[in-house]
Design a binder for this molecule. Structure first.
Ligand code: BEZ
Length: 238
């Protein structure tokens, strides 16, 4: 059987992979990714096109939240398959003309990569031909300070991202690392966290006898308290 390889379908990095390396021209100068960002968390995200409404609403939101991401040691890097001058013109328009949901005079200070050749977009599986052959989907890669991809979210062209969720994922990844815990559905800082599952019959018994100060819903599902202050202190200290 013959297999057709679609040129646009190159690779899609997976969770746990090293973030693919690239050099790029951006609205903030040249970057060498991810080396320039070692030691920081990174959100690398793509958007379909400059001068489009959903993307404009997203950029204004991201730019307005940039200082919050910086507080949790997370840098933002955007990408679309437009050219540098289009990027510059669009970001100038956003700052000078667009007022949206109380946001105005918004300056996008994080780098926006020009990727007309789609080299980076293809490396990261941001071109998904079922959605578009010419525009990147709304991909979000969460990359840790060692350059490892830790979470990936994709949205289609027509739906703007939920920025509270993007921020929550950054905090959650760091909390899972800092405290060696897992985080339940809809977790937010201050909510109880999940401790590693009992690894022996003895520990399972102890937990069910309520000897560890944990809250156990069954032997394999136990939580403990972790205050919002502790979560944030650990992140901000790093
Ligand atoms: C937008 O950002 O509004 C958009 C971009 C590409 C396709 C559809 C919507």
């Amino acid at each position: 059987m013959e297999t057709t390889i679609n040129q646009n379908m190159v690779s899609t990095p997976r969770i746990g992979d090293a973030a693919p390396e690239f050099k790029a021209v951006t609205t903030q100068g040249n970057i060498n990714f991810p080396d320039d960002y070692k030691g920081s968390w990174i959100i690398l995200f793509s958007h379909p096109a400059d001068f489009t409404p959903v993307c404009t609403s997203e950029f204004m939101t991201f730019a307005s939240m940039e200082s919050r991401f910086a507080e949790v040691n997370c840098k933002l890097v955007g990408l679309s398959v437009d050219g540098l001058y289009s990027h510059i013109a669009w970001l100038r328009t956003i700052k000078e003309k667009i007022e949206y949901k109380g946001m105005k005079d918004v300056e996008v200070k994080f780098p926006l990569i020009e990727d007309i050749s789609m080299e980076v977009a293809k490396k990261y599986g941001m071109i998904q031909p079922g959605e578009s052959n010419t525009k990147a989907v709304r991909a979000v890669f969460f990359i840790d300070p060692k350059g490892v991809i830790r979470a990936i979210i994709y949205y289609p062209l027509s739906i703007g991202r939920n920025f509270d969720e993007l921020f929550r994922v950054v905090i959650a990844l760091q909390t899972a690392d800092n405290f060696s815990v897992a985080l339940p559905a809809d977790w937010r800082p201050g909510d109880d966290v999940i401790v590693p599952t009992a690894g022996s019959c003895g520990v399972a018994k102890e937990r069910m006898e309520n000897k560890n100060g944990l809250t156990c819903y069954d032997w394999f599902f136990c939580t403990k308290k972790l205050s919002q202050d502790k979560v944030m202190a650990e992140i901000i200290k790093k």
